[in-house]
Design a protein around this ligand. Structure first.
Ligand code: ATR
Length: 282
């Protein structure tokens, strides 16, 4: 056996702090499910060590790449040899793959994860192209979701954020399909919508609830919350109670992990009920 054969393929997630990350459980589940000899670790990297860490990464035996979480998702960009166009538009990288020549390639799989989650859980006749989308929030998650919905041919995006200026900046950047509506008018903005997405932290355990009257939302509009702790948020429960199809946010986390796992470990992994249960049991 050559020395190469002894090297276990490795990946991990960098963040600061990184203790809360669910990615090790996600990738660990897939490694076991597919019987692969591989490792995926939590890698605490403080901001001042980021550049040195990325320089050293290709020299680590077996290291195939990493996921990137807060606060490094934007900071990694200047240190990568190539960045895919979707990640550039989102302005953040969450997946890095070490190329055969040792250079680092960055991508962002959050937009993919968002759309794949809707495809997997929404009614089969639902389409992003069928009606305007209403987005609550204008943070990092909103950027990925805007890119996803523009690429999925959503005809219009209504952006609603407590700080209106942030929504205006996104509208200026992403173009004429985006419209900014005041936070105080969020309930009225639901008229005629085909999709409502909460990208704010409201409704998360320990955060204030998301207050929004759903009366104007068409009954066939899909409702998605990117908050997944709790899994069934008050928004999703209220949407289901009035007959709207609703999709929880856990799937976005699970689906965003697929492209990285495939690139690092060579198997295209599936999101299954058993995987969902394992992550929720965490
Ligand atoms: P992420 O990167 O996960 O999207 P973020 O950038 O911190 O997180 O964004 C959090 C979002 O939740 C923002 O849109 C924020 O609104 P502001 O831009 O006005 O801060 C929104 N948010 C957080 N707390 C809120 C609250 N109490 N009321 C309304 N919106 C809130």
């Amino acid at each position: 056996m050559s020395e190469q054969d002894d090297i276990i393929p490795r990946a991990g997630v960098i963040g600061w702090p990184v203790a809360h990350s669910r990615s090790p459980r996600l990738h660990g589940f897939w490694l076991r499910q597919y019987g692969l000899n591989g490792r995926y670790d939590k890698l605490p990297v403080p901001p001042e060590e980021l550049e040195a860490f990325l320089q050293a990464l290709p020299k680590e035996p077996g290291f195939r790449g990493i996921n990137v979480t807060l606060p490094h998702k934007m900071a990694v960009l200047p240190h990568l040899a190539t960045i895919d166009p979707t990640a550039r538009r989102i302005g953040a990288v969450n997946t890095i793959v070490v190329q055969p020549d040792g250079s680092l390639h960055g991508s962002n799989t959050d937009a993919f994860g968002f759309i794949e989650n809707l495809k997997a859980q929404a009614p089969s006749n639902w389409s992003a192209a069928a009606g305007p989308a209403v987005l609550l929030g204008a943070g990092g998650a909103a950027r990925a979701i805007i890119v996803a919905l523009l690429d999925a041919a959503a005809p219009a995006l209504r952006l609603i954020n407590r700080s209106r200026g942030k929504a205006e900046a996104l509208a200026a950047e992403f173009g004429p399909r985006l419209e900014v509506i005041d936070w105080e008018r969020r309930a009225e903005a639901l008229g005629g919508a085909g999709l409502l997405v909460n990208t704010t932290s409201l409704g998360m355990s320990g955060q204030p609830p998301l207050e929004i009257a759903l009366d104007d939302l068409p009954r066939n509009a899909l409702v998605n919350d990117i908050v997944y702790s709790p899994l069934e948020t008050d928004l999703l429960a209220r949407a289901r109670a009035r007959g709207n199809p609703a999709v929880d946010g856990l799937g976005m986390l699970l689906h965003q992990g697929r492209p990285g796992f495939e690139a690092w470990f060579g198997v295209a992994p599936e999101v299954t009920p058993a995987l969902r249960a394992a992550i929720l049991a965490d």
